[in-house]
Design a protein around this ligand. Structure first.
Ligand code: SF4
Length: 389
């Protein structure tokens, strides 16, 4: 590849593998607002250098284990109250049946999602745990993860702010785990801001969970929520915080950039969605801050234009389910895998199916888990085509 030479000294430094300062990133952002072309071509150049011509996804089944939640975020439509129709309290039998169905669909990932510590606030959650024979949501998640593995699906749990011991237990069965950092801004937790009623979203609490995942050597997916009233400096600081964690522990396997979309039944229903140009600049900035990172945008949240993000630095579409909805964004159904395949191909990229753990992180997990993966794994550490297609 011929070396790209740009007018921007900061971007030339990025291409020369030099570390750039926070101030340079802010300068790059300000220039990109006027004309993003140099930033986008730098991001594209780095993406090609480190991720070649492929784009990955995870073929998943989404388990909405329990959507009671002790917190309230102004944009959330996932959380349910006890009498609501959308309340989900999955029984052991329902989990087993969905796992069996997912196996028939040849899903690879079993995504287990819960609200934040539901049993701390709701009697309904405590009764549900008791009926199923568990003392805590984490105990239930361990059971569900074991069942998934028995059937040849690979667990990835996203259950909010778990403590060190809980994560240590889940590491035995989960090939990776997830926790969105969302944003490191304390300001977003102030009165009138989206995280005011969500203690678990306090940056200190969030960062502590990510630190613990590093200490435990858990391949971790995290990310940023874009468009919830943050400033661009707060976004840049959040991306830099993820980079610092990764430099310290080496366990951040993926950064999700999720664009805010207003939901009808929420406090932020009248807030505008994240502007697409702003979002693209953030995606490209993430690539130049962490050139080798796996960077994902969810295709269902940019249904008309997701393929255009391939040219600003992403290399992953995240989990796409052929059989369950996106319970976090139910208004936005996932595109069909065949369609994503076609759109990726038309943009010059080859779609590949990955495990919920990226190959670079295989050394973080046990031999028992690796052995189970080998059954459907190809020579690249991805899922065999004949299995997922
Ligand atoms: S975003 Fe998560 S923590 Fe916030 S209300 Fe929804 S389920 Fe609870």
């Amino acid at each position: 590849m011929n070396k790209l030479v740009l007018n921007s000294e900061s971007l030339n430094n990025v291409l020369d593998n030099k570390v750039i300062s926070r101030q340079s990133v802010i300068g790059i952002y300000q220039n990109a607002v006027e004309d993003p072309s140099e930033l986008f071509s730098t991001a594209q150049n780095l993406r090609k250098k480190f991720k070649k011509n492929s784009v990955t996804f995870s073929k998943k089944v989404f388990f909405n284990i329990v959507n009671l939640c002790k917190d309230t975020c102004s944009y959330c439509t996932y959380k349910a109250e006890p009498k609501e129709e959308k309340l989900s309290l999955m029984s052991k039998q329902q989990i087993l049946e969905l796992l069996q169905l997912a196996k028939k669909y040849r899903c690879v990932e079993a995504l287990f999602v819960t609200g934040e510590k539901p049993e701390q606030k709701y009697q309904e959650a405590r009764d549900w745990l008791k009926e199923n024979g568990f003392k805590s949501t984490t105990e239930y998640l361990i059971h569900a993860s074991e069942l998934a593995l028995e059937l040849g699906l690979f667990p990835h749990t996203n259950a909010g702010n778990l403590n060190f011991e809980e994560m240590k237990e889940l590491k035995k069965t989960n090939v990776s785990m997830g926790l969105m950092l969302e944003n490191v801004s304390e300001r977003l937790t102030e009165k009138g801001m989206p995280h005011y009623l969500a203690a678990s979203k306090r940056p200190k609490a969030r960062l502590e969970v990510l630190e613990n995942s590093g200490k435990l050597g858990i391949p971790m997916t995290t990310g940023i929520l874009v468009g919830i009233g943050e400033t661009v400096e707060e976004i840049i600081d959040s991306i830099l915080a993820i980079k610092t964690l990764h430099q310290k522990y080496g366990n951040i396997q993926e950064v999700i950039l999720q664009n805010f979309q207003p939901k009808p039944d929420t406090m932020m229903k009248n807030s505008p969605s994240a502007d697409e140009n702003y979002f693209k600049i953030i995606v490209a900035l993430t690539r130049i801050i962490m050139p080798e990172m796996n960077i994902q945008i969810p295709p269902n949240l940019s249904p008309k234009s997701y393929q255009s993000f391939l040219s600003v630095g992403i290399n992953d579409w995240g989990g796409i389910s052929p059989l369950t909805p996106d319970f976090v964004n139910p208004e936005f159904s996932w595109p069909e895998i065949d369609k994503v395949d076609e759109n990726s191909k038309n943009s010059g990229f080859e779609l590949k199916c990955r495990f919920p753990i990226y190959p670079e992180f295989f050394s973080f997990i046990s031999k028992e888990l690796r052995d189970k993966m080998l059954v459907i794994e190809n020579g690249e550490g991805l899922v065999k085509e004949e299995y997922w297609r």
